[in-house]
Design a protein around this ligand. Structure first.
Ligand code: MCA
Ligand code: AMP
Length: 517
């Protein structure tokens, strides 16, 4: 059997010169390709030594570091399933993910060992390691005792590589199961579609400034660089000045729209600074046309906006070069997410599920080798989200224009995307509704100049109770990840409702739309 282990494919793409620099950090540390190979082997050997059952989940909530990326690669190498967790998640959130995924191994920051290990051991996890952003912690101490050679575990294309928790129209997060085949096919497609250059072709240098616990930073960026043997300039966190400082030596940058908005606010963003850049990619949330246009004016570059999901990795992208499938069009159109990627079928359907003609707005459905295997331990939910002919219902609403460009115009799922992070109103409302003195609440997304969209909570108090908006916010802050906290809270007498009694969120959005204008 061929080995479809994603790590094996990434490893095979390492450049011949293993002593060349693979990653350069903002701390001035240099990691060679050989370093990546050896360290991931040691970590994989450590995982092997634990004799974990097949398909074990390795849950990881650590600060961004090159070692954290290596842990991801080592998990693939050893044939286990990686489960990344946002560092902003607090105990209630972590308790749910660990309880639901039942990981065999949990790796957390040294500073959170106390509370995370308690949750993990309670859920039956046998091994809890720590990994600090400065290479501290028990994980690397233990791995140091293992050999630096490791044969990647044999995996089929359909075997799980990662679980990403996402969405929750009902308030509960679902684990999207991605396979080795999903991710490898997507990485190879993007390699071609975005014109990545291997070292022999002149090479690319990626500025990596995104967090590594979601699809964008973990898969699109890292796989893109590794499958091309391209160097990464590794920034622990996004700082626009630092990005600009490194840009003259880079060729590729990826970011959520907020990163572009913040870069545009820097006077140092000039044509001179971007003169070696080849490709700017944006995604995870809608890129405003004005940002796209302003970027083009300032830098001479048209951002390549693309569209993806945790369930599908990347689905569509504006063309980097002429696309023969679409009459060799190469225009990158602001306000669109471009064409379905090669190998991806995308259609827009009406309420009755029938495909709509070009130009009409409906639900976006997709099919392809990139589409996930299903939701972790939720067969019914999985079945609901697929059509009889195997298309996945994205929950996004859009249209395809007569030239083939896909345009996302809204979402049928109740979701707020704030600075590229997803916020599920149902989850936040659930927490607010449990607070004493609250009768009911609604969370809506409103436009925000920096984060694109932010949450605003509208709360009805129980009769006779004095409810303070500040208290609602403070209470949420003590329990939830910081990016989920509504930026404002209003206590009101009643919520607008339709004849069925359902809260009309569109009216609330309208009412509060100018709050941050
Ligand atoms: C930080 N804050 C936020 C957000 N981030 N509020 C709303 N939305 C946010 N995204 C708030 C914090 O709560 C805090 O508030 C204050 O801002 C400062 O926090 P800090 O962490 O210092 O913020 P920052 O460093 O400025 O972070 C902003 C950021 C970050 C760099 C834009 O949010 C970020 O890295 N976003 C990228 C997310 C991403 O990678 N998404 C990809 C998902 P307070 O002071 O009140 O506590 S993958 C995906 O969606 C798909 C599949 C795809 O297509 O890619
Ligand atoms: P996630 O749940 O993190 O996988 O986020 C996926 C969602 O992000 C998609 O279903 C879209 O709603 C949204 N998204 C990703 N890229 C774009 C984009 N370029 N424009 C608009 N929305 C996007």
């Amino acid at each position: 059997m061929n080995n479809h282990n994603l790590f094996a494919a990434l490893r095979a793409a390492f450049p011949q010169d293993l002593d060349a620099v693979a990653v350069e950090t903002d701390q001035g540390l240099l990691y060679s390709w050989r370093d990546l190979d050896r360290a991931t082997a040691m970590l994989a050997n450590l995982l092997d030594s634990l004799a974990l059952p097949a398909g074990s989940r390795i849950a990881v909530q650590v600060e961004k570091s090159v070692e954290a990326m290596m842990l991801y690669l080592a998990t693939l190498r050893a044939g286990h399933v990686f489960l990344p967790l946002n560092t902003a998640y607090q105990s209630a959130e972590i308790e749910y993910f660990i309880g639901n995924a039942e990981p065999a191994v949990v790796v957390c920051s040294p500073k959170s060992f106390g509370w995370v290990s308690k949750i993990a051991f309670k859920a039956g996890t046998r091994h809890v390691f720590t990994l600090g952003e400065d290479r501290s912690g028990s994980l690397l101490e233990r791995a140091a005792h293992f050999g630096d050679q490791h044969q990647p575990a044999l995996r089929a294309a359909d075997d799980l590589a990662a679980i990403l928790y996402t969405s929750g129209t009902t308030g509960r997060s679902k684990g999207a199961m991605l396979t080795h085949g999903n991710m490898l096919s997507n990485a190879l497609t993007l390699k071609g579609y975005w014109g990545w250059r291997t070292p022999e072709e002149g090479g690319d240098v990626l500025i990596h400034a995104l967090p590594i616990f979601h699809v964008h930073g973990l898969f699109v960026a890292i796989h893109g660089a590794l499958i091309n043997g391209s160097k990464m300039i590794w920034l622990a966190r996004f700082d626009p000045k630092q990005v600009l400082q490194h840009m003259p030596r880079a060729t590729v940058f990826m970011g959520v729209p907020t990163l572009y908005v913040r870069l545009l606010a820097e006077p140092g963003l000039t044509r001179e600074v971007v003169k070696n850049m080849r490709l700017f990619v944006a995604g995870s949330a809608p890129l405003l046309l004005e940002t796209f246009n302003e970027w083009r004016e300032r830098t001479g570059h048209a951002i390549v906006e693309r569209y993806g999901m945790s369930e599908t990795v990347m689905l569509a992208s504006n063309p980097y070069r002429p696309d023969p499938r679409h009459g060799n069009q190469d225009e990158r159109r602001g306000g669109t997410v471009g064409f379905p990627l090669p190998g991806v079928s995308l259609r827009v359907v009406g309420e009755d599920g029938r495909p709509l003609p070009a130009g009409e707005i409906g639900g976006i459905e997709v099919k392809g080798p990139n589409v996930f295997k299903g939701y972790w331990r939720m067969p019914e939910k999985t079945a609901e989200e697929f059509t009889a002919d195997g298309f996945f219902k994205t929950g996004d609403v859009g249209r395809v224009d007569e030239h083939g460009y896909v345009c996302i115009v809204g979402r049928s799922k109740d979701l707020i995307i704030s600075g590229g992070y997803n916020v599920y109103p149902a989850e936040i409302e659930g927490y607010i509704n449990e607070m004493p003195g609250v009768a009911e609440s609604a969370l809506v997304g409103v436009p925000h100049p920096d984060f694109g969209e932010v949450g605003v909570a509208v709360v009805i108090p129980k009769a006779g109770t004095g409810l303070e908006p500040e208290r609602v916010i403070a209470e949420l802050k003590s329990r939830l990840a910081n990016f989920k906290i509504p930026k404002r809270c209003f206590v009101v007498e009643e919520l607008p409702r339709n004849t069925m009694g359902k809260v009309q969120k569109n009216l609330l959005r309208e009412q509060y739309k100018a709050l941050f204008a």
